[in-house]
Design a protein around this ligand. Sequence first.
Ligand code: URA
Ligand code: SF4
Length: 213
Amino acid sequence: MTTGPQDLIHPDDTLADLAAAVHDCRGCGLWSDATQAVFGEGPPKAPVMLVGEQPGDVEDRRGHPFVGPAGLMLRSCMAEAGLAEDQVWMTNVVKHFRWKPKGKRRIHHTPAAEHIHACRPWLDAELERLRPDVLVCLGAVAAQTLIDKDFKVSQDRGRLMPGPYGNVLATVHPSSLLRAPDGKARLKARADFVADLQVVVRHLAGHARAASA
Ligand code: URA
Ligand code: SF4
């Protein structure tokens, strides 16, 4: 039997315990071509959890989530929206990088249903420990995993909805901003993404006001 989440996750594990244990996971085939697992990071009491798809090339080599080009775009948009990094736990649906070679480059491949299913206990374990006030799904893979399999990010983005884990909001993946065809489209895509993050910021501010009233 291979070692998977069922062997590695225990009820009283903290987020730090889980982050250490995930390195032994062989729950699906993705570990074998990846450098290392990339677990979520952030303050363990963060009110917001951001969920992307899977680590990218840079994340795989460095071992931290959202530190490559899409991650830098995300962090810059968060700063513009007023969403502080110390309010946010950042993670991914799948913890190992799925890629195919193209010349010398490693090209991202979207995880398959079997990888998402196999990795799900890690994400659920993060959610159960963090219990975020707002869960933000970045892109279709996160939204279809955590909200509804038919969820259309393009149609239903930027709305705070009650979800099985508290409030949930979906938006596009920050990598889509990097793929905008020209400068004008990129500015628009960025402004729309910042506006979605501001929905979260306003929600948090409303809570802070209610708590101090
Ligand atoms: N894209 C993701 O979805 N997650 C990362 O951590 C980096 C890029
Ligand atoms: Fe385990 Fe997830 Fe990595 Fe698959 S992708 S080996 S389930 S941590």
